[in-house]
Design a protein. Structure first.
Length: 277
């Protein structure tokens, strides 16, 4: 199996499906992928959602395959008329589609299991089973992602600059364990659980513009990111700013100490402090 050439790629997420954009279903992948990455000391750099439009899907996948990032793409890899992801992946790669031999065997294995459960003889030439093989028609040269739920696999493709796009079903019960498998097999070498931290403090009555020079100073002096989350109607704190720093644990402590010192110089009114790993 190919591995990403970058020692620490940025992670992205693509969610495909009209049902998300129409509101028929609520996306659950974004918070779960953030959770799975955080548990491994990584973060999500970007996310995009696109409907079932082949031209748009191809354009989004072409961007992902040229990004240098590790990208999870959820949805549209089935074999019904509204599933376009496999075809769009091939178009974005400029690669033909073909039935992957491992996918073929896995699909047939699943069909044998289903036939046995129904007390029927397995017929590989039955039109339904022939059609199901379309779910294993992937861009040539891809790698298989095993599906522990029903054996119907996903697939991974390599792009330029070390990009890897991992294609998964839209169903969370299938996609999430498959994402974990990818993380723990392709990206195990960059996992850093517990090595990243976020520390913040509630600041009452301050304006972001007045605090911006302090925020810029902290980023110049420390290898962290500063964030500012204003709220005007919080049920407990009312109007406030949650101001904090995030990054590697070793750098966050000193940066947060300097942030607090700067806020005291501003005579800011401070509330609770928070730590998130």
């Amino acid at each position: 199996m190919s591995e990403p050439t970058s020692p620490s790629p940025a992670f992205g997420l693509i969610i495909i499906g009209d049902e998300i954009l129409s509101g028929k279903r609520s996306d659950k992948h974004l918070p779960k992928v953030i959770e799975l990455l955080a548990a491994r000391g990584q973060g999500l750099a970007w996310s995009r959602c696109v409907g079932d439009d082949p031209l748009r899907i191809t354009a989004v996948l072409r961007d992902a395959l040229g990004s240098g990032d590790a990208v999870f793409c959820c949805g549209g890899i089935g074999a019904t008329p509204d599933d376009h992801t496999r075809q769009c992946a091939a178009a974005a790669l400029g690669t033909p589609l073909a039935l992957h031999p491992v996918a073929r065997d896995l699909i047939f294995e699943r069909m044998r299991e289903v036939a046995a459960e129904q007390g029927k003889a397995f017929d590989a030439e039955h039109p339904d089973n022939v059609h199901r093989l379309n779910m294993g028609v992937f861009p040539v040269g891809c790698d298989i992602i095993p599906n522990p739920y029903n054996r119907i696999p996903g697939f991974s493709c390599s792009g330029t600059s070390g990009s890897r796009v991992h294609f998964l079903p839209g169903f969370p019960v299938m996609a999430w364990p498959m994402i974990e498998w990818v993380l723990d097999n392709e990206y195990q070498h960059i996992q850093r659980p517990g090595e990243r931290q976020e520390r913040s403090v509630i600041v009452f009555g301050a304006m972001e513009a007045a605090l911006t020079p302090l925020m810029e100073q902290i980023e110049r002096q420390h290898a962290v990111k500063v964030f500012s989350l204003p709220s005007v109607d919080h049920p407990e704190y009312g109007r406030h700013i949650e101001l904090g720093v995030k990054g590697e644990t070793a750098a966050v402590g000193a940066a947060f100490a300097d942030l607090l010192a700067g806020l005291h110089l501003h005579r800011a009114s401070l509330g609770p402090e928070m730590v998130r790993s």
